[in-house]
Design a protein around this ligand. Structure first.
Ligand code: 5GP
Length: 120
């Protein structure tokens, strides 16, 4: 899938749209979700233009993937979520329910998050 450089998160990365940033380094940006589903709902994205986890796993190396997920864990700890626990969600493509085509990890916490998936 070709990366759409006008997706919302690409525009946030370029500073064209505002976001409430909670963490930033050379490779990663984390910001509050605009429609939070929990008291803490943060989105963590690599700055490089990967469409999805599928794209990220195929196109990046183990070092890059490892550093990214280590950073996700450190952000969750800095947000005060490590002791009580939290949930990570990574939606991929159509069946995964991914709406924004720039890979993002949801960090959800601050209360019990509930069932893993809603059965239907
Ligand atoms: P997805 O369904 O792709 O995994 O999640 C996309 C997430 O992006 C949703 O939770 C949605 O609320 C969030 N979102 C959509 N547009 C914006 C925006 O403009 N700013 C921020 N901060 N979050 C957004």
């Amino acid at each position: 899938m070709v990366y759409d450089s006008n997706n919302i998160f690409a525009r946030i990365l370029r500073g064209e749209l505002p976001a409430k940033k909670v963490y930033e380094d050379d490779a990663v940006l984390a910001f509050n979700d605009i429609a939070p589903k929990a008291p803490v709902h943060v989105l963590v994205i690599p700055k490089k233009p990967y469409v999805s986890m599928d794209d990220f796993a195929r196109e990046s190396g183990p070092e890059e993937v490892g550093v990214f997920f280590k950073t996700v864990g450190e952000i969750a700890r800095k947000l005060g979520l490590a002791d009580n626990g939290y949930r990570l969600i990574l939606n991929i493509g159509g069946h995964g329910g991914q709406e924004v085509p720039h890979i993002h990890v949801h960090i959800l916490g601050g209360r019990p998050i509930g069932p893993m998936v809603v059965e239907r």
